[in-house]
Design a protein around this ligand. Structure first.
Ligand SMILES: NC(=O)c1ccc[n+]([C@@H]2O[C@H](COP(=O)([O-])OP(=O)(O)OC[C@H]3O[C@@H](n4cnc5c(N)ncnc54)[C@H](OP(=O)(O)O)[C@@H]3O)[C@@H](O)[C@H]2O)c1
Length: 246
């Protein structure tokens, strides 16, 4: 299959790219860091891999990507809307508007903008699969996470809405909702490696590969099966703030 993955320069996206490439799929990986895209391409051997650098939250860049690859985008079988981030952990009364804008623009508007490049072609072909990276933060809210949670609640609503609007087109839509996964997520959110490491200290979080394996399984279900939502916690995490540490 031809699989477009946003945010494949680290974490879940990169692990998913490696997994799906190893299974023989053609992957198209994107992100803002071109050095990482090039490194991924070099390490996978340059066959069945294409890279594109753009910011999903920058609508001019998404539009330019769409215009430059109008033909290639028609053939995408699977879209994995993975690019996303959290910024800051301040309470709502202390948060920064710029952080809120970046989260909503990337996690919600970016997901929509990229989806809009792909979905009409899937509808014409009457086949396709969209996998959105939601989160347990798209189901439950925690202090200091209001806007990130709101963005992931939106991803859940968009997944359900896509399912409803696309009913009858044969297109599948899935929302993968992980708990704690040790990626660059906490470094991006907290801006400090020591603080990011502390998030996972004394407990075993999920890895990007754990989620990649799950996505691979979701894609491999027979075409009459749509895995619509999957909540995946590490065993050491029972709920958002409920973590067992040794
Ligand atoms: N880690 C967790 O605990 C966890 C839990 C639940 C859900 N998630 C979700 O899983 C997804 C992947 O996160 P991760 O944990 O793998 O974090 P990560 O290691 O920081 O990876 C995030 C990826 O998204 C890309 N990205 C971020 N902003 C972008 C933008 N504006 N345009 C294009 N690409 C962008 C990054 O690439 P560039 O920086 O190169 O652009 C990177 O490849 C996110 O949607 C996140 O919300 C994570």
């Amino acid at each position: 299959m031809k699989i477009l993955i946003t945010g494949a320069t680290s974490g879940i996206g990169e692990a998913t790219a490696r997994k799906l490439h190893s299974e023989g799929h053609e992957i198209w990986v994107t992100g803002r860091r071109s050095d990482r895209l090039e490194a991924l391409q070099n390490s996978l051997g340059r066959e069945r891999i294409k890279t594109s650098r753009f910011d999903v939250g920058n609508l001019d860049e998404v539009k330019a990507f769409g215009a430059a690859h109008a033909q290639g985008l028609k053939a995408v079988d699977v879209l994995i809307n993975n690019a996303g981030l959290a910024k800051g952990t301040q309470k709502i009364q202390e948060g920064q508007l710029s952080d809120w804008q970046e989260m909503i623009q990337t996690n919600v508007v970016g997901l929509l903008a990229v989806s809009q490049l792909i979905i009409p072609h899937m509808v014409s072909r009457k086949s396709g699969h969209i996998v959105n990276l939601g989160s347990v933060a798209g189901r439950w809210v925690y202090p200091g996470g209001a806007v990130y949670c709101a963005s992931k609640f939106a991803v859940r609503a968009l997944t359900e809405g896509m399912r409803m609007d696309l009913l009858g087109t044969n297109i599948r839509v899935s929302n993968i909702e992980p708990g704690m996964v040790n990626t660059e997520f906490s470094l991006v959110r907290l801006g400090d490696q020591a603080k990011a490491d502390a998030v996972y200290s004394g407990m075993q979080p999920l890895t990007g590969s754990d989620i990649a394996d799950t996505i691979s399984w979701v894609l491999a279900r027979p075409s009459h099966i749509n895995i619509q939502e999957l909540v995946i916690y590490p065993t050491a995490q029972a709920h958002l703030g409920q973590v067992h540490r040794n």
